[in-house]
Design a protein. Structure first.
Lengths: 248, 234, 469
């Protein structure tokens, strides 16, 4: 069975939150909302101490030994978790898809497999883990969903976030043209080739305008940093929010 | 990071054990459902801008050809020999003032070949048969051979292919079987060194993605399907 | 637009391309169209996914026994009266073709589109010995007249307006005042090139496949120039990468079913030409001589290398059309023969990892290419491997390596990480306006030039946890 497969559900009642470096540093409110939401659904949330980063930026730039060291540490931190929930598609992908390979043949190999098998991206967890899809929202719509590349193509998850938005009460949803097109973040790509990254972003923002939405929704802090960064710079009235900021 | 063998699935396509026999069987099956196959062929052929004509018998082919010629003021035709077309067109067309140069089946000396080449290059229309008509894609397959020079279907601005139900196959998968069968054992001496699949008229979209037809090959392609079958008698 | 020189940094070449408004629009229209056509073709084709898996498996199986298949191919081509030449390097390949040209006394060669001949820079070599190569694929013909290189694998002149083409033809073909009408321009190309086809001594083509079992070389084209170049001139030379060999005719049918659909959305290209040696004695026409040049040029080394999977490539161009980077900058900015996602890998294959120290990062690793590739080549994985090679072989600038290694150290020491947050909070103070950061000095300015940045939170999530839990 593929490592990126969704964990077998069993409605876990206790999850460890992998906050991710970007959410920790820049979007702690997203973390807070996730904790509140999960608690309301009867799930206990723990936060293993001393988290830093999943190591994806190191991995993507080719620093694999260094990425493995970070992976090792992360696996140790989460080794006892029944379930790990990650508010970011790219970090969830890193843990599920790359950790086992990075730690193959090491002492942590089986822990890595186990943690990978128990890791969920947040939207996935709500829909496939808990079977909960009906939520309310008081965000000014219409909303439009942007697929983050690692969630869509890496974890094959285009459905769960859409189901959540579809069943959302209190606001409306419209399709986003080119929703599966990259936003141009790509980690270090955004600063190595900033003009290209910005040009790609402009295409995304043009699609957002064309959709008639008032708010873009995404499940990845990297995408949000890029898209929100562009919207704010333009002084746009449109917003970009994490899925957790939209669900009540 | 060396790639480990065996990590990715690896298997070549399964080849048919007795391709010629399998093809025979396939032909028998296909002969029972040829009208559906033809309908699909027509739809796909027209989809790629082919012009489809249907006539009841071989005797009706010259008249259909004549109509096509008149519509585009085509006076000089080059054609496969009658035995390869399995219908005689030269007499009837000649009577209508349309010259048909049938290609010789045996190879003439160099000077004559050059003349024929020039003739084909000047011709208004080329008439050929078709060894296969693939319904899935609207494709005609022409095997080069003695008397069937490749350029008859390439140089003139209009190409007309005459065929009957025996040429019909349904899919690219079946095409694979046909190709295996054709290459199972030595090739007959008349067979040439090229097989051409033709799917619509020559085209390009290289300038601003605007579609234009008749770039180097023919601008038009016609199919004349003969319901009653082709075959020279007597 | 003048062609960028490879010597300039990628970032500059990219910026130049981004500033070309017509290119931008042309790329947008063309790539969007190709994407739509491909999607429609596969939506209408339920067996498509299964066939893609099969095609990939055939490629993998073939690579595992490449030498056997090549041997069989050679034996069969020779049995049919053709000649096979094996070229380890680009130079050897050029020499083979030049030799044939010299020996047959050719003065002019008509060429049907071939990326392999671009790769080995054949045209310049032919001109140097007094043989005029004439590109006959309309897009290639256009760029040849313009002295440019192709900007897309299958639509080489995508970057030119019809106005530019009209002007080019008027000037180069001495036909002043041509209208910017593709129909008219195509007709002119047809006339000009028809005369070349009929008088050329030598036809040079590439090949999309070569079937080992039957010694058949396969060309997939739309215009008819492939058919012309393989039947009219006295001598036909096909230059083909060794990885294009496939075992049987049954395998061929699998590839034909997915190739044109992936490239242009067509069920089949207009012409699929199966060449089986020189003309038979029974034939009225056809080349007297057929030569197949099998090109290695770095491919065989990759069978055991990191870029093995890129040997599956069918050169359909689907990955270019969906790549967010290619769609913005076009083909020339990549700076090498092969552009786009697969182009980066092929460049590394041909020129070594050093050649892609910048290009390996010309990707956001979004994975759209894998989705579009008919044989599902995992390009992002190999790009990451190339980045790793660039780091490990110290091709990346030392400053960058220092930054990443420092970053790595911070990430395994939570105390350093927490300290980093506190330092960030202090350093950012002068730059925060209305809760956002709009400008940062030096390296970080790369982001803030065009995008706002959120500030490091007053309290990170982990710092707040005490209050939340």
């Amino acid at each position: 069975m593929s490592e990126t497969a969704v964990p077998r559900a069993g409605s876990p009642r206790r999850v460890a939150l992998m906050i991710t470096c970007l959410a920790d540093m820049f979007y702690p409110e997203v973390g807070e909302r996730i904790v509140r939401l999960l608690r309301r659904l009867g799930v206990e949330v723990t936060l293993p101490a001393g988290q830093t980063c999943c190591g994806l930026p190191l991995f993507n730039s080719g620093y694999h030994d260094e990425a493995a060291a970070v992976a090792r540490r992360t696996v140790q931190i989460f080794r006892d978790a029944e379930a790990v929930v990650v508010p970011s598609g790219s970090c969830a992908w890193m843990v599920k898809h790359e950790y086992p390979g990075l730690l193959r043949g090491t002492v942590e190999a089986s822990d890595a497999e186990r943690v990978a098998g128990r890791t969920w991206e947040f939207a996935q967890f709500l829909v496939r883990g808990l079977g909960r899809t009906a939520f309310e929202s008081d965000v000014d719509g219409p909303l439009a969903y942007h697929d983050s590349c690692h969630l869509l193509r890496g974890l094959h998850e285009g459905e769960s976030p859409r189901v959540l938005l579809r069943d959302l009460k209190g606001t409306s949803v419209v399709p986003l043209p080119g929703s599966d097109e990259c936003c141009g973040f790509g980690g270090s790509f955004s600063v190595r080739l900033p003009e290209v990254s910005t040009s790609i972003l402009e295409r995304k923002l043009a699609n957002l305008e064309a959709s008639g939405a008032r708010c873009l929704v995404a499940c990845d802090a990297g995408c949000l940093m890029q898209i929100r960064g562009g919207l704010l710079r333009r002084g746009s009235a449109l917003r970009a929010l994490h899925l957790a900021e939209v669900l009540k | 990071m060396a790639k480990t063998r065996g990590l990715f699935p690896a298997s070549t396509a399964e080849r048919p054990a007795e391709p010629r026999q399998r093809l025979e069987l396939l032909r028998r099956e296909l002969s029972e459902r040829w009208p559906q196959t033809l309908a699909r062929f027509r739809a796909e052929f027209e989809r790629v801008a082919g012009v489809f004509h249907r006539v009841p018998t071989a005797a009706d082919v010259p008249a259909a050809l004549e109509r096509i010629c008149r519509e585009r003021d085509a006076r000089r035709l080059v054609a496969w020999p009658a035995e390869d077309l399995r219908v005689a067109i030269a007499p009837a067309l000649g009577a209508a003032g349309i010259t048909v140069e049938s290609m010789p089946r045996s190879v003439p000396p160099e000077a004559e070949r050059r003349r024929l080449r020039a003739l084909i290059a000047e011709a208004d229309l080329g008439v050929t048969g078709a060894d296969l008509a693939i319904a899935e894609t609207g494709t005609l397959v022409l095997v080069a051979a003695a008397g069937r020079p490749r350029s008859t279907s390439l140089l003139p601005p209009c190409h007309v292919a005459v065929f009957d139900r025996t040429a019909l196959v349904e899919s690219l998968e079946q095409l694979g079987l046909v190709l295996e069968a054709w290459h199972d054992g030595p090739a007959p001496p008349e067979r040439g060194a090229a097989i051409n699949f033709i799917t619509g008229p020559s085209r390009t979209a290289d300038i601003e993605l605007t579609l234009t037809r008749g770039v180097h090959g023919p601008k038009e392609i016609h199919a004349i399907f003969v319901d009653g079958g082709l075959g020279l008698h007597g | 637009m003048t062609e960028p020189i490879v010597g300039t940094p990628l970032r500059q070449r990219a910026a130049q391309a981004l500033g070309d408004r017509f290119l931008h629009e042309a790329l947008d229209i063309a790539t969007t169209k190709f994407i739509t056509l491909r999607r429609e073709a596969f939506d209408d084709f339920p067996e498509g996914e299964r066939l893609r898996d099969r095609a990939r498996a055939i490629k993998e199986a073939t690579l595992q026994r490449l030498d056997e298949h090549l041997e069989k191919l050679v034996a069969n081509v020779e049995r049919l009266g053709g000649h096979v030449h094996f070229a380890t390097t680009a130079e050897e390949a050029r020499e083979v073709v030049l030799d044939i040209a010299r020996r047959t006394g050719a003065r002019m060669a008509v060429k049907s589109k071939s990326m392999a001949t671009e790769e080995i820079h054949l045209n310049d070599a032919l001109e140097a010995i007094g043989v005029t190569p004439v590109e006959t694929d309309l897009g290639e013909y256009i760029i040849q007249l313009a002295h440019e290189r192709p900007s897309h694998i299958i639509a080489p002149a995508i970057h030119k307006t019809k106005g530019q083409v009209a002007e080019l033809f008027s000037r180069e073909l001495k036909r002043p005042g041509l209208p910017a009408d593709p129909e008219v321009l195509t007709k002119i190309a047809r006339e000009e090139l028809r005369e070349k086809f009929l008088s050329a001594d030598l036809g040079i083509t590439g090949a999309n496949f070569a079937v080992a079992e039957t010694g058949t070389v396969v060309l997939v084209t739309n215009e008819g120039n492939g058919r012309m170049a393989t039947s009219l001139p006295r001598v036909h030379v096909a230059v083909m990468g060794v990885e294009k060999v496939i075992p049987s005719m049954t395998d061929l049918a699998v590839f034909l079913a997915i190739l044109a659909k992936s490239a242009t959305g067509q069920k089949l290209s207009v012409y699929t030409t199966l060449v089986q040696g020189p003309r038979r004695p029974s034939e009225l026409e056809g080349p007297e001589e057929f030569h197949l040049v099998l090109l290695d040029n770095g491919r065989i080394a990759q069978i055991a290398g990191t870029l093995r999977e890129s040997l599956y490539c069918l050169r359909c161009g689907a990955c270019l059309n969906v790549c967010p980077v290619y769609r913005q900058i076009g083909g020339h900015a990549y700076g090498y023969t092969y552009p786009g996602p697969i182009g980066i890998l092929l460049t590394a294959m041909l020129n070594g990892p050093g050649s892609v120290k910048e290009l390996a990062h010309a990707s956001s690793l979004c994975g759209a290419c894998v989705d579009a590739c008919p044989v599902r080549i995992d390009i992002p994985r190999m790009l990451i491997e190339l980045r790793r090679q660039v780091d490990e072989e110290h091709i990346a600038p030392w400053t960058e390596r220092v930054v990443f290694k420092t970053f790595a150290r911070v990430l395994v020491h939570p105390a350093l990480y927490r300290l980093g947050a506190r330092i960030g909070r202090v350093l950012q103070r002068p730059f925060i306006r209305e809760g956002r950061i709009r400008a940062l000095p030096s390296f970080f300015g790369q982001w803030t030039k065009t995008r706002d940045l959120p500030p490091v939170a007053a309290r990170t999530f982990q710092e707040r946890w005490r209050d939340i839990s």
